[in-house]
Design a protein. Structure first.
Length: 375
């Protein structure tokens, strides 16, 4: 079989947000498309890769005062869950076989929670069926793992609907459970809400903590921080579960994810407010490359860099800044499997896939390099 020799290919493409406006009148500095004068042939016969060589854009001038919040969506949010629950216990000393457990459970369901539509029965395949027909989708039922396994279930949490056990019930496994351990039906509903923390007057831990507590006054929850531990007051008695945003967890050195609740009202913490790491990363996206993974998302990015680290002062009467990227080693990404590339789209976004603010009377320029794929 004859080997096909790859034709050497190398092409630089300069793009501008001011170009191709007759074809793409909606072009703007943070999102634009250029039509190529010479189409780029690619596809299976000529697999290509592309790198971002240079990027020029004029962002809005940095704020004189750096802020803690406002750089990423959700940074100033605190998740609050209020758990309403009731517990129905079936004591093992009152029952000795799984049939008795089912009958006793159904009796207590009707007595204490008739509106929830809870039931247990054995189907024709001799497996236990757990039914939960309550109208509220938020309600769930949880049982101890030992009892779940004895009844044939591999799960302990039951949502609305009917759940069939994977295995037949086992009286032998039931007999192995300690007499002092009841079959507890933990019936609960989680009401989800969010508290918004205002920008503190000063970028200090004390000022931030004050605003955190202000945002949680409605829930009668407050936090204290002593330099080593951060503790929540109010979650022990109220049934609340509270979690900081990932950003706030990072500031306080909390291992993410961490829920403050009755069992875990405090966490080791070493707070560090470093404003130099709070600004957005700039992502350059394009329609001509295969998606790559970034922060758990699959996105077609050509380059990612910190706007803080690569903004260079630029003297001008309009007092703007110029970002000019000269990477030491170009990073090449595979080009999408198309026969030809007729136009190229560029978008400038932050980490949350929100387009960066555009500047009037300015334009963005991008230099790309296409070459034969090397992998």
């Amino acid at each position: 079989m004859a080997l096909r020799k790859m034709t050497p290919f190398s092409k630089y493409v300069t793009m501008s947000s001011n170009s191709s406006r007759s074809f793409f009148p909606a072009n703007k500095t943070n999102s634009f498309r250029n039509k190529l004068l010479d189409q780029i042939k690619c596809g299976e016969s000529l697999p290509l890769e592309v790198a971002l060589c240079d990027l020029w854009y004029f962002p809005k001038a940095n704020k004189e005062k750096q802020t803690i919040f406002g750089h990423h969506d959700g940074d100033n949010k605190i998740t609050v869950i209020l758990r309403y629950k009731m517990i129905i216990n079936v004591w093992k000393k009152e029952v000795s076989r799984y049939e008795e457990i089912l009958n006793k459970s159904n009796e207590l369901f009707q007595r204490y929670a008739p509106t929830l539509g809870l039931f247990l029965r054995v189907d024709k395949f001799h497996k236990v069926l757990f039914g939960f027909s309550n109208k509220d989708e938020k309600d769930k039922v949880e049982i101890p793992q030992d009892y779940a396994l004895a009844l044939g279930f591999n799960v302990t949490l039951f949502p609305k609907g009917e759940t069939m056990a994977e295995n037949p019930p086992s009286n032998d496994m039931l007999n192995d459970i300690d007499l002092t351990m009841p079959l507890s039906y933990n019936i609960f509903r989680d009401e989800l809400s969010y508290a918004t923390v205002e920008e503190p007057a000063e970028p200090t831990v004390d000022s931030l903590m004050k605003n955190i507590n202000t945002s949680l006054q409605t829930y009668k929850i407050s936090f204290t921080y002593d330099g080593n531990v951060i503790s929540a007051d109010g979650v022990q008695r109220s049934g609340y579960m509270v979690r900081f945003s990932t950003f706030l967890e990072t500031i306080f050195g909390i291992v993410s994810p961490f829920w403050f609740n009755y069992d875990h009202p405090s966490s080791p913490s070493v707070a560090n407010i470093d404003l130099d790491v709070l600004h957005d990363h700039l992502l350059v996206l394009s329609n001509v490359i295969e998606p790559q993974f970034f922060n758990g998302k699959s996105i077609p990015y050509l380059g990612i860099f910190s706007t803080d680290k690569q903004i260079v002062s630029w003297k001008s009467t309009t007092d703007v800044s110029l970002v000019h990227k000269y990477p030491a080693n170009l990073l090449y990404y595979p080009v999408v499997d198309l026969d030809t590339i007729q136009d190229i789209e560029i978008q400038l976004c932050n980490e949350n896939m929100n387009q960066i603010p555009k500047m009037r009377d300015r334009h963005t320029t991008v230099l790309l390099h296409f070459r034969n794929r090397t992998f």
